[in-house]
Design a binder for this molecule. Structure first.
Ligand SMILES: [Cu+2]
Length: 132
């Protein structure tokens, strides 16, 4: 292998390492507690990500998710239970918002995503961890 091709391989490896590092550093956002007993979190939907995408909830119970679509495209918020069953699936128009109430009855990691074609592939997905 000639020296310059070795260097470009190294550059590619370093780039992959940097990307993986970014993915691993996703900030976990704790949901706020409501006086009524449940929790609440606000998520911004843009093309193509949810922010925050990693959410922590103290314990099982009601979670109110406010999803604000800050993009010019229609998006969707779909959340599954621990067994892959869809709990809620709500469309959010461009510039609009929706409050989605879900009962997260068990400790564990709940996946959410946008169900529009390819959006989750592009990165419109995240998870809610209930309990430590
Ligand atoms: Cu989407």
């Amino acid at each position: 292998m000639r020296p310059h091709s070795k260097n470009s391989l190294l550059a590619v490896l370093m780039m992959i390492g940097a990307l993986a590092g970014c993915a691993g550093r996703a900030k976990v956002q704790p949901a706020a507690s409501m006086t009524s007993g449940g929790s609440i979190i606000t998520i911004e939907a843009s093309s193509y990500k949810f922010s925050p995408s990693e959410i922590q909830v103290e314990k099982p119970g009601l979670l109110a998710v406010e999803v604000k679509n800050v993009s010019n495209s229609e998006h969707n918020f779909t959340i599954e239970d621990l067994h892959g069953k869809i709990l809620k699936s709500v469309a959010i128009r461009p510039g609009g918002s929706a409050i989605i109430n879900v009962e997260l009855t068990e400790r564990g990691v709940y996946k959410f995503y946008c169900n529009k074609t390819f959006h989750s592939t592009f990165g419109m997905k995240g998870q809610i961890r209930v309990g430590r």
